[in-house]
Design a protein around this ligand. Structure first.
Ligand code: SF4
Ligand code: SF4
Length: 429
């Protein structure tokens, strides 16, 4: 028990790092791979088409999800269901003129509010689902999301002009009458234009549900929403540039190196690591997202998207690898570590044997996906991955049930509609 307590008290889990220097500019990409999942391509966006910075390439049908824009001059080399691939080309006069003709939007002076403003922001590439959520209190989660991710402090201390611009637009977008910025207890922040709440800064305290509890004193209170600091930064960045969102802030890290960069949407992970002088050796693991909650990536040609918090190289030998087939030894460490008071061992075993239905009764939806269960597991079971698999399977099954239900409803209404006609036909005989 004492040992487990020490693991959770790992100093690397303290989410304040004293990093305050401004973000460095990232590389100018020679190739980008934009995630276009769920988006409809704009007419003319096909293989071999030329594109320029801030050119709209795809539109998401969901009003809360931002459209997709090219971050660079280039030629589209491929388009798949999930991605648009662009290779940089030296722009000719026509392409330069098209880029120069992109109109800037003065978001700070624009009259739009609420839904109208949300539509305008969507057309500038911003996701507004969490920024504009329906609630009376909106909390901005100002903590570094995962151990090792270090951009929250410099965002709050060295990039205040962007945060202030974001706040100005957010007040016109959000229906909340109270907006609170949650920051670590020890952070000395001078920001007069927003109510500030101080919360613990030891992982997993940065998980949204735990920040809400720390600020309000309640678990899952009604009418309280939460949004990440990264979203506020993106809003402020678009407000200051007047141009669509094609950049994001990311921590690039390894055991030896860590830095925060403003990089282009769709930048390839290999290019980012090379730019940051982070070497990758045989046996190292590449992680996109936080070290505890992220996903391992199999190729350097994978890319980041706006909102990816970090990319890490975990050097071979620093952490024992996960073993998918290793059995649970019932040590109970994961149960003690779980901040949601769940039984990760049972959840993972149910998932392992495809008994996903049983996980509903085990309250799998309350899992915060903090990753602590996998971190403390001495059997090196991929506990979080099992839980995510089970959540996915349950969501798939629920969707299939919904489809079946609506098909039955349609069939029933067709039968009712057809009855008078057949009665008439019979009467006419
Ligand atoms: S990821 Fe694991 S430890 Fe974290 S809330 Fe879910 S079950 Fe609990
Ligand atoms: S899943 Fe891992 S940490 Fe949890 S009880 Fe089993 S062996 Fe222990």
């Amino acid at each position: 028990m004492k040992e487990l307590f020490q693991i959770i008290q790992d100093p690397r889990f303290h989410l304040l790092y004293g990093v305050t220097q401004r973000f460095s500019a990232g590389p100018q990409p020679q190739r980008v791979r934009l995630n276009r999942e769920g988006c409809k391509l704009v007419e003319g966006v096909t293989k071999r088409a030329s594109v320029h910075p801030n050119m709209r390439l795809a539109v998401h049908p969901n009003p809360g999800k931002g459209d997709k824009f090219s971050p660079i001059f280039g030629k589209i080399t491929d388009v798949s269901e999930r991605s648009i691939f662009i290779d940089y080309i030296e722009p000719d006069e026509e392409l330069r003129s098209a880029a120069a003709a992109v109109k800037k939007v003065d978001l700070l002076a624009a009259p739009e509010q609420g839904q109208e403003l949300a539509a305008l922001l969507k057309s500038l590439g911003l996701n507004t689902r969490s920024l504009g959520q329906d609630c009376s209190t909106l909390i901005i989660n100002g903590l570094n999301p995962d151990p090792g991710v270090t951009w929250a402090e410099p965002m709050l201390l060295a990039h205040q002009e962007t945060i202030r611009a974001g706040l100005k637009v957010l007040r016109r977008l959000s229906p909340a009458n109270r907006i609170i910025l949650a920051v670590p207890k020890e952070l000395n922040l001078h920001l007069t234009d927003i109510e500030i709440a101080h919360v613990p800064a030891h992982y997993p305290a940065s998980i949204n549900a735990l920040v809400v509890k720390a600020v309000t004193g309640k678990e899952n209170p009604k009418d309280v929403g939460i949004v990440g600091l990264h979203n506020l930064w993106s809003l402020g960045h678009v407000a200051r540039t007047g141009l669509p969102l094609t950049e994001t802030v990311v921590t690039l890290g390894s055991l030896e190196h860590s830095g925060n960069y403003i990089v282009y949407d769709g930048s390839l992970i290999g290019d980012l690591l090379e730019f940051a002088h982070i070497p990758l050796h045989t046996g190292d693991t590449l992680v996109r997202g936080g070290p505890l909650r992220g996903e391992s990536v199999d190729k350097l040609s994978r890319s980041i998207t706006c909102g990816t918090p970090s990319v890490f190289v975990v050097e071979a030998g620093t952490i024992p690898p996960m073993e998918g087939h290793s059995p649970c030894i019932n040590c109970g460490a994961c149960v003690l570590a779980c901040p949601a008071r769940l039984s990760p061992s049972i959840l993972s075993r149910n998932a392992e044997f495809a008994l996903h239905d049983r996980n509903t009764a085990e309250h799998i939806t309350s899992c915060l996906e903090c990753g602590l269960c996998g971190y403390v597991c001495i059997a090196r079971r991929p506990v979080l991955q099992y839980i995510r698999l089970s959540k996915y399977k349950l969501a798939q099954a629920a969707e299939a049930r919904r489809c079946l239900e609506s098909r039955r409803t349609i069939e029933a209404s067709c039968t009712i509609a057809a009855q008078p006609e057949s009665a008439e036909a019979q009467g006419g005989k």
